[in-house]
Design a protein around this ligand. Structure first.
Ligand code: ATP
Ligand code: MG
Length: 194
């Protein structure tokens, strides 16, 4: 909470740092997902990472794709962690599925859950500071309402954005989208950064 409050005060007066570094998004997000395996298991949830080639028999992709981005790696970790943490926290049963997809210009990290979902009228407010949905499903789940506010601010300094779609009582999908760079560009920047 203390760290969150520090980050929030930095975000509020434009003091968030931003140190872009080349990152292999699929590999990086995979390591973040690993950090939550135990937490999900303890709650009886299945945490799936779609790009994981070792999970081919579970219907995942057989070859992990490679997408590079030039973004602050700490921010990327913070955002993806927050989204997975929420997905686990607001899901009583079923699964949390993380995927990474790319198009010509962007790479998107999605975190999908089979949880309590979000009423349509709350969607618009989710990214406000201290906003927490108050209904019978959320009342006994603790939190401060800072996670998504920080995620949004961190995504902004990275030049990215977060979108959400949800169905109340069914589940939600939060998607972080950032700029993609080509492999050659990634190699060049990596050299410079080293
Ligand atoms: P914390 O600051 O500890 O993260 P929090 O989880 O309550 O507290 P946010 O992460 O900002 O705060 O989320 C804001 C609100 O959005 C939550 O209180 C919850 O009501 C709703 N929410 C966020 N993620 C989900 C999700 N995956 N499914 C359902 N509701 C969610
Ligand atoms: Mg949260």
């Amino acid at each position: 909470l203390f760290q969150d409050l520090l980050d929030v005060s930095k975000a509020d007066d434009g003091r968030l740092s931003n140190y872009p570094e080349v990152v292999d998004v699929v590999e990086f997000v995979g390591s973040v997902v690993e950090d939550f395996k135990l937490k999900a298991e303890e709650k009886g949830l299945v945490l799936k990472y779609i790009p994981d080639p070792s999970g081919a028999s579970m219907g995942q992709k057989t070859v992990a794709p490679m997408y590079f981005a030039n973004v602050d790696n700490d921010h990327l970790r913070e955002i993806v962690s927050n989204l997975i943490e929420n997905a686990i926290k607001y899901t009583h049963e079923g699964e949390v599925t993380v995927d990474v997809v790319g198009d010509g210009e962007h790479v998107s990290v999605s975190v999908k859950d089979s949880g309590i979902g979000i009423p349509a009228e709350d969607i618009f407010h989710l990214f406000q500071k201290f906003y927490r949905i108050d209904n019978t499903d959320t009342r006994e789940i603790g939190g401060t309402g800072l996670g998504l506010y920080l995620c949004r601010r961190l995504a902004e300094v990275m030049g990215g954005r977060i979108d959400v779609t949800s169905e109340f009582k069914k589940g939600s999908v939060f998607t972080l989208t950032i700029d993609k760079i080509e492999r050659g560009e990634a190699a060049k920047l990596k050299d410079q950064q080293a």
